[in-house]
Design a protein around this ligand. Structure first.
Ligand SMILES: O=C(O)c1ccccc1NCC(=O)[C@H](O)[C@H](O)COP(=O)(O)O
Length: 221
């Protein structure tokens, strides 16, 4: 079992699930956001979720979703976690946790030091944090942009709940990212694709291998 847990986000095909599981990833993510090239329908997500073996956690990613939208997702797709990737407030995070009884991961975009207090704030109400790159102003997608942030901003920092590093990670840079930040969990989407919305099995295997063999320079807590 690798020391660093990996989430591969934005799966679109049933065959992706087998690849992700065989590579040794811990989580897989399904995107429910229409503008995304990785957006899946409920039946597609259900088929992928049912194909996931035990040990591969299934995460549904939504952006400012209503209760009605979340109800439909949770009722149709067997899930292990909800990822909120929009402008959801701490109160909304608490509400979603209580309503569905599933762990909630809140994504927080980081570009500068000014973005860091939000991590502490959401770290008090969420089960996990996704420490992601903040998209450029006017970007179509709130995540999945293949954009990295300055990892020195979070080196040695800790929050009240487990966290995952994301944003522009690739098989080539993930070891360095782990080394610099001390992350114990990493998330990737575009860095393991051959085209937007199409995952590349070779890159997935290379990413999980590189993450698993990494050595953090700062202690992992
Ligand atoms: O991946 C998407 O298309 C997406 C769309 C809308 C909101 C969030 C989205 N992705 C969130 C993720 O968890 C990504 O894996 C994370 O942002 C890292 O993406 P990347 O920089 O492409 O590795």
């Amino acid at each position: 079992m690798p020391d660093v847990s990996v989430k591969i986000c934005g799966l679109t095909r049933e065959s992706d699930v087998a690849v992700v599981a065989a590579a040794g990833a811990r989580y897989c993510g399904f995107v429910f956001f229409e503008k995304s090239p990785r957006c899946v329908t409920l039946p597609q997500a259900r088929t992928m979720a049912l194909a996931a073996p035990p040990g591969l956690a299934k995460v549904a990613l939504t952006v400012n979703a209503s209760d009605a939208e979340l109800d439909e997702i949770v009722e149709t797709v067997p899930l292990d976690m909800l990822q909120l990737h929009g402008r959801e407030t701490p109160e909304r995070v608490a509400e979603v946790r209580a309503r569905y009884g599933l762990p909630v991961m809140r994504a927080v975009g980081v570009a500068t030091e000014a973005d860091l207090p939000a991590l502490s704030e959401f770290g008090r109400v969420a089960d996990q944090l996704l420490v992601d790159a903040k998209p450029a102003p006017g970007a179509d997608l709130p995540g999945g942009n293949g954009l990295a942030f300055d990892w020195r901003l979070i080196a040695g920092r800790r929050w009240p709940c487990p966290w995952m590093l994301a944003g522009g990670l690739t098989p080539q840079n993930v070891a360095r990212a782990i080394e610099m930040t001390g992350a114990r969990q990493v998330d990737v989407s575009s860095g393991v694709e051959e085209a937007p919305g199409r995952k590349d099995p070779g890159r997935i295997e290379a990413f999980v291998k590189a993450a698993s063999q990494s050595v953090p320079a700062v202690p992992r807590l």
